[in-house]
Design a protein around this ligand. Structure first.
Ligand code: ADP
Length: 798
């Protein structure tokens, strides 16, 4: 075959085969020049495909070595200098050399010989033809003309070229066909590509078929259902299950469920539709669907934006508590400014009736949010928090989900009451479940065992309350910020009663408009004689009692004075219920007044010491806990070591036992804070020095006689004042706590801050009495339980 020199037209992303006619758009300047040159040289041009496709300015080595020599049949110009040509592929050529001298590429080429026909070529042609026919039957892309041309092809090369043009191939694949050594191997390569194409088509066909079947099935079902419906209609009857299911489905549309909940509800409704109408299973299923539909998946209330107004509402609802209100406002302000921030969970800690619950309610009111309260007291089963699985008979969601349903919105203020009374046993750990509820990282997808689909708790404001922080499970305690409410003074109680409790109770008893009131003395008497508490719950209850009896009088039209006085109130309430421990009338030997902190506030605590003949034993009675016993021993050792300095026989222990007793004997007591009181009572008994009766003390003692700070200062000081004590000895380390005490109380009383027990004894002990008088004092009835009421209900001494 002879060599030729042809102008080169580089092709991007396309391969032109011999025996094909094709339109090409030519825009590149070099290519336009190549065409012009070809037109002057017998219209012959070389179509060479670019490797990689995209280059605007291909270099000679960007071009494949095998191309198609073609004849230009038509030339036309399109806008912008580009050309549109019609070319016919003639034969394949191999490039011997690219000549880059001119403004365009030209190439020296050698035509590639085509293989002679042989027997097996016939067979190959036959087989490929068959495959192609099958393909064109399945593919809509092949026109009848194209089909005819391929089927009519007699030579392997021609057939390969035609098919390769029609197949959906990548440029490299097309080029690989064009460049194959001879016509047989070209057709073989095409057969391979054809096979792959057929497989793809087959897969597509199968998918389409499946989709169609599915659609047919749904349509068929729909059609049948419609038929059933119309038959039923014709007969004038309707399946109640269907009616029910339809009703449920329409409720789903209104209920705005979360996507997961909606899917779950639909699935359950489908199940319900198939169950026998009156089955037990149906009931379970209905309850479940009702729960899903009743939850506030999307509903929220708008928060009130005005912090000033929040402050006013908190003030309106509660007297005093200024520090606590301030902290609550800060909490609300931070939530306002950074709603997504992880604010700590606030725990209001304090004795009953100090306004923890009503404070939480007030926070909700201030924000304009709904309020729910769940009491955790005595809860010991994890399922109470997280619900029972539906497989249990009578299963229900846990208290959290129940609370959310009651709230009716997904952003309420949620109060978890009595978190300190949570218990743990074999039924699982409710505290762990609660941790998940309170954890902002996890609670956006809280899963209740019953509900099964996650519920978003992240917009809930959780508040908790506790009577004491001591029994709150550790991990929970870590997550919470404690705000302590200490208990109220008598004056505070009076204010609360007049401003809040009385108006509230008047309203509740329908007495508001009758101008009924209580004399101040009545309130004072109720506080002193009818209640013993840190909070005001009992006070409120007694006020309610007086008003209830008054309401009866109003209805019976009995005459009564609108301003109720003490005598009337007494007649209604019965005999006074409490008498507080009062300071002893005169100094005594061997009895010292300590101060205790109990769950109902503070109280006076007398400690009695009696020396007995013996051999240095210490006898402790009155249900003293371990810490308190050890504290007594420390005091005893101190007194023994410093006996001489205290004016005590240094060998007293050799012939004396000491009996220490703390009444109320039946109430357990513990804690280190009676240390200095026990020491004082011992020193008093042994040195025969009376203890000042108008003085009370509290503080822990160390072996070396140092006095360490203790807790509950406010409650203890208030109790001392109530008992008529004038002077209170406190550890130096508690000086800062005096701030908490109302100014009037501070002014009325004297406080002595001590660092060492010597100072305690110096302040508390009077000079030793002469022997005769000591005996007299020794005969004092040391203590009369009758004067103590019931102080230590929970006996925790701090
Ligand atoms: P807690 O939850 O601490 O046991 P509550 O919140 O139930 O106490 O309070 C008992 C009652 O006392 C409620 O009626 C409450 O409104 C009222 N109360 C408590 N403290 C105050 C206060 N500082 N001002 C007004 N009312 C108060």
């Amino acid at each position: 075959m002879t060599e030729q020199i042809l102008a080169v037209l580089p092709l991007r992303g396309n391969v032109v085969f011999p025996h094909t006619l094709i339109h090409l758009e030519v825009g590149r300047e070099k290519s336009v020049m190549a065409i012009e040159a070809a037109m002057g040289a017998g219209r012959k041009i070389l179509l060479l495909t670019q490797r990689g496709g995209a280059t605007e300015e291909p270099r000679s080595d960007d071009l494949y070595e095998v191309g198609t020599a073609a004849e230009i049949r038509q030339v036309g110009r399109v806008t912008g200098g580009a050309m549109r040509i019609l070319v016919e592929g003639l034969y394949r050529v191999r490039v011997a050399e690219i000549l880059t001298t001119g403004a365009y590429f030209s190439a020296r080429v050698v035509p590639l010989p085509e293989q002679e026909r042989r027997e097996e070529t016939e067979a190959l042609i036959h087989s490929v033809r068959g495959k192609f026919e099958e393909l064109s039957r399945q593919s809509k892309k092949i026109t009848p003309e194209q089909h005819g041309a391929v089927v009519g092809a007699r030579e392997a090369g021609r057939m390969a070229d035609l098919i390769a043009t029609h197949l959906n191939l990548k440029t490299e694949e097309k080029q690989s066909v064009l460049a194959a050594a001879d016509s047989v191997s070209r057709l073989e390569r095409v057969a391979e590509l054809l096979g792959r194409e057929m497989e793809i088509i087959e897969v597509e066909r199968r998918i389409a078929l499946r989709v169609r079947r599915q659609m047919e099935k749904t349509q068929k079902e729909y059609y049948l259902r419609e038929q059933i419906k119309s038959i039923q209609k014709e007969l004038g009857e309707k399946d109640e299950r269907q009616t029910e299911a339809e009703e449920y489905r329409s409720r789903i549309r209104e209920a705005e469920l979360s996507p997961a909940a909606e899917e779950q509800a639909r699935r359950e409704i489908d199940r319900l539709e198939k169950m026998p109408p009156a089955s037990a299973e149906g009931t379970v299923s209905r309850t479940y669907i009702d729960w899903l539909l009743a939850m506030p998946w999307q509903k929220t209330t708008e928060d009130r934006k005005d912090i000033g107004r929040c402050a006013r509402i908190l003030d309106q609802d509660h007297y005093g508590l200024s520090k606590i209100k301030e902290r609550m406002l800060e909490f609300l302000a931070v939530r306002r400014l950074a709603p997504r921030s992880h604010s700590p969970i606030i725990c209001l800690v304090g004795p009953p009736g100090t306004g923890k619950t009503s404070l939480a309610r007030s926070v909700a009111r201030a924000l304009g949010r709904e309020f729910v309260r769940v009491s955790l007291g005595g809860m010991r089963d994890e399922a109470e928090i997280r619900g029972h699985r539906r497989t249990y008979i009578g299963a229900l969601p846990g208290r959290i989900v129940q609370g959310m349903r009651r709230a009716g919105v997904r952003n309420p203020v949620f109060l978890l009451d009595e978190i300190d009374k949570l218990q743990t046993d074999f039924r699982g750990d409710p505290a762990a479940a609660l941790l998940e509820v309170l954890d902002p990282e996890q609670n956006s997808a809280f899963t209740d065992h019953y509900l099964e689909v996650p519920f978003d708790l992240s917009q809930v404001i959780f508040l908790t309350t506790a009577n004491t922080a001591d029994t709150i499970p550790g991990p929970l305690l870590d997550r919470m910020e404690l705000i302590r409410l200490g208990g109220y003074t008598e004056n505070e109680k009076m204010e609360i009663a007049e401003r809040h409790l009385l108006p509230k109770q008047l309203k509740e008893h329908g007495l508001t408009r009758r101008r009924i009131g209580l004399q101040r003395e009545v309130l004072l008497s109720v506080i002193r004689d009818y209640t013993r508490e840190a909070g005001v719950r009992g006070l409120e209850r007694e006020i309610a009692r007086v008003l209830r009896k008054t309401a009866v009088k109003v209805l019976r039209r009995e005459p009564f004075a609108p301003l109720i006085d003490v005598a009337t109130a007494r007649a209604m309430l019965g005999a006074p219920r409490y008498r507080y421990d009062q300071a002893a009338p005169a100094p005594e030997i061997g009895v010292a007044a300590g101060l205790a902190y109990t769950q109902t506030g503070g109280d006076l605590l007398f400690i009695e010491v009696m020396p007995l003949k013996g051999e240095g034993k210490l006898v402790l009675t009155g249900k003293l806990g371990e810490v308190m016993q050890e504290s007594a021993r420390a005091g005893w050792t101190y007194v023994r070591v410093h006996a001489a300095a205290l004016g005590i026989d240094p060998d007293f222990y050799a012939h004396t036992d000491l009996h220490i007793h703390v009444p109320e004997g039946a109430t357990p007591k513990d804690g280190p804070s009676a240390g200095i009181t026990m020491t004082t009572a011992m020193a008093s008994a042994l040195a025969r020095r009376p203890v000042r009766q108008d003085l009370a003390m509290t503080g822990e003692i160390t072996l070396r006689g140092n006095v360490l700070p203790i807790g509950g200062v406010k409650e203890k000081v208030l109790a001392a004042r109530r008992a008529g004590i004038k002077t209170v000895l406190l550890p130096r380390g508690n000086e800062k706590d005096l701030e908490e005490i109302p100014a009037e109380t501070r002014q009325e009383m004297e406080f002595i801050f001590v660092e060492h027990v010597d100072a305690v004894l110096a302040a508390a002990l009077l000079p030793a009495l002469p022997a005769g008088e000591t005996d007299l004092i020794g005969e004092f009835a040391p203590f009369t339980p009758e004067t103590t009421g019931t102080p230590f209900e929970h006996g925790q001494l701090l």
